[in-house]
Design a protein around this ligand. Structure first.
Ligand code: HPA
Length: 250
């Protein structure tokens, strides 16, 4: 194991991979337009990795404007086989406190109006991907093992609710997501995961809880933006530890 080309898609708080020895940056053009930025090739803990900042290196692209198709296509065109997606989330279910890493195993997609498929007609045969289990289980297991080895607080499964954003949710919307069985909520998990499956990439998510979801936190349940900032920083430090274990062990 371990020689499959791996990419990391960084979300909020991870526009740069600290510790990455950058070898080169590559501008990739795709039939679907431009990715969020040049792809960075480098060495992380001695292992070759490809890095892409989902929101752009200056964090300027909001969740609904990310060109998910171009990002996934670009990685595939570079020969990437495995993708670790890092996404910040709000914690819905009990125990998903800020600072916890969660490796989801399911998704409910509430996004709309995003370019969400490569199979878009134009004479091509209609294609339906199999998506019962939206994440690549082998990579998911390795993320879980890496989280354990890193000694960070983590949850080994859960359902990720993908919302449209860029606004945060109402308390009633979070109640509804909870009734739907969702454990965490974020804005960027879809269509990315489905596009990765369409291109047969092995894709898994490392979600970082940066706040309690709307109505679930202390007091009146409002979300404090300063809290998010603080936990983004601490959470991403934990993600870096997880990645170190992942790359050492694979
Ligand atoms: N909701 C949606 N997306 C998020 C949240 C949230 O509470 N926190 C971080 N990303």
């Amino acid at each position: 194991m371990g020689n499959r080309a791996i990419a990391i898609i960084g979300g909020s708080g991870l526009t740069r991979l600290e510790g990455l020895d950058i070898v080169r940056r590559e501008v990739v053009h795709t039939p679907y337009g431009e990715p969020s930025g040049p792809v960075t090739h480098g060495l992380l803990h001695g292992r070759e990795v490809v890095f892409l900042a989902r929101h752009g290196y200056g964090h300027t692209i909001p969740p609904h404007r990310v060109n998910y198709r171009a990002n996934i296509w670009a990685l595939k065109s570079l020969g990437v086989e495995e993708v670790v997606a890092v996404n910040s989330v709000g914690g819905i279910s009990e125990g998903l406190e800020p600072g916890t890493l969660a490796i989801p195993d399911q998704i409910v997609d509430y996004t709309w109006g995003r370019a969400h498929t490569f199979f878009d007609g134009d004479g091509a045969p209609v294609t339906h991907i199999e998506f019962t289990y939206p994440y690549c289980e082998t990579l998911r297991r390795r993320l879980v093992e890496a989280a354990r080895a890193a000694g960070v607080p983590f949850r080994e499964r859960g359902t990720y609710a993908a919302t449209q954003g860029p606004r945060l949710e109402t308390a009633a919307e979070i109640e509804r997501l909870a009734r739907d069985g969702c454990d965490m909520v974020g804005m960027t998990g879809m269509p990315e995961a489905a596009l990765a499956r369409e291109l047969e990439l092995c894709y898994a998510c490392c979600a970082v809880v940066v706040n309690r979801a709307a109505g679930r936190g202390p007091g009146d349940g409002r979300i404090a933006m300063e809290e998010i900032e603080r936990w983004l920083e601490e959470g991403m430090a934990r993600v870096r530890r997880l990645l170190q274990e992942l790359l050492a062990g694979s």
